[in-house]
Design a protein around this ligand. Structure first.
Ligand SMILES: NC(=O)c1ccc[n+]([C@@H]2O[C@H](COP(=O)([O-])OP(=O)(O)OC[C@H]3O[C@@H](n4cnc5c(N)ncnc54)[C@H](OP(=O)(O)O)[C@@H]3O)[C@@H](O)[C@H]2O)c1
Length: 291
């Protein structure tokens, strides 16, 4: 089946408001495009105002009647997260779904924040946990919450002891941060909240600008690997799109190929060995200190 046909077969999202973090490049931008194509009202939470303007311009050219809004949001900054939540609650409390897509993969040596924490851990894991810790208790309507996971989470098996001073490679930092995303998902779905349903989706592998902070040779090699092993960014967006379908109940969605690198989405049980509650306990201490 062609990708366009797959997309056309998905139900319309007309009249549904979808919020998405990190929708100004890569997979997030492609999801925004597909959401607008399916008629959703879209609100992008994004950190870069210039990029937001450019995306708005491009999308309005393509979909002149679309509803596309932006909220300023930096997931590595607690104050910015709090301000964005105020806007969501005041102006967009009627949202149908929130797609938690923002993420980064930075070099540990050059990208440190808060003493010794890497920007990767702060953004992907701690910032996300902080965002939901404040937002979720304030939501009273029915919503879907969709986490953008990663197969990299499956490569993290070491027991962590500290979010700070964690002397691992940038790759291990990234894997830990995405294992953290999974554990935030596990934490909230275990609460059985009546009004909220939780989904974990993975895009597989796709060539984006995620390695932008790495020095030249690593960036080039990483991009070559991603290009060789991956599928298109449009296909990588489909797992999130599937999670928005009315008849899809809370679940874990991955690309269908072996190792879940590529392909059309399939639903699968979440692997038990990837339940790591110690990761949520770890982040909980840090976000409570931030309050
Ligand atoms: N590419 C892959 O093969 C792959 C595989 C598995 C999972 N993923 C996950 O998919 C998601 C999207 O990644 P991508 O490959 O599309 O990379 P990308 O092109 O670098 O996109 C990442 C998005 O997150 C945003 N972002 C980064 N740091 C942020 C912060 N502090 N606050 C708010 N937004 C921030 C970026 O904003 P700007 O536009 O301003 O830079 C961008 O829109 C990530 O969660 C990543 O972990 C990717």
């Amino acid at each position: 089946m062609s990708l366009q046909k797959y997309l056309n077969n998905l139900e319309s999202l007309s009249g549904k408001k979808v919020l998405i973090t990190g929708g100004t490049s890569g997979i997030g931008l492609s999801i925004v495009d597909q959401l607008l194509y399916k008629g959703a009202d879209v609100v992008v939470l994004a950190r870069n105002p210039d990029k937001s303007k450019e995306v708005k311009y491009r999308m309005l050219e393509k979909y002149p009647d679309c509803h596309l809004d932006f909220i300023s949001y930096d997931q590595s900054d607690f104050k910015s997260i709090e301000t964005a939540i105020d806007v969501i609650l005041k102006e967009h409390n009627d949202f149908y779904a929130l797609i938690l897509n923002a993420g980064c993969f930075t070099t540990y040596k050059t990208q440190k924040v808060d003493d010794d924490m890497s920007l990767t851990i702060k953004t992907n894991f701690v910032g996300l946990a902080y965002f939901l810790d404040i937002l979720i208790p304030k939501l009273n309507n029915k919503h879907r919450i969709i986490f953008q996971g990663s197969l990299a989470a499956g490569y993290y098996f070491k027991k962590p002891y500290d979010l700070y001073k964690y002397k691992a490679s940038s790759f291990q930092q990234y894997c830990m941060s995405k294992a953290g995303v999974e554990e935030i998902y596990n934490h909230y779905r275990s609460l059985d909240l009546e009004n909220l349903s939780f989904y974990l989706v993975e895009p597989g592998l796709t060539s984006t600008d995620i390695l932008r902070d790495f020095p030249f040779p690593i960036k080039q090699l990483g991009s070559l690997f991603l290009k060789a092993a991956s599928h298109s960014v449009r296909k990588a967006s489909l797992t999130a799109l599937l999670a928005l379908q009315e008849n899809i109940h809370p679940c874990y969605i991955v690309p269908h190929s072996p190792f879940t690198w590529r392909g059309y989405p399939k639903i699968k049980p979440f692997p038990k060995k990837r339940n790591r509650p110690y990761l949520y306990n770890l982040v909980e201490e840090t976000i409570k200190k931030g309050n």
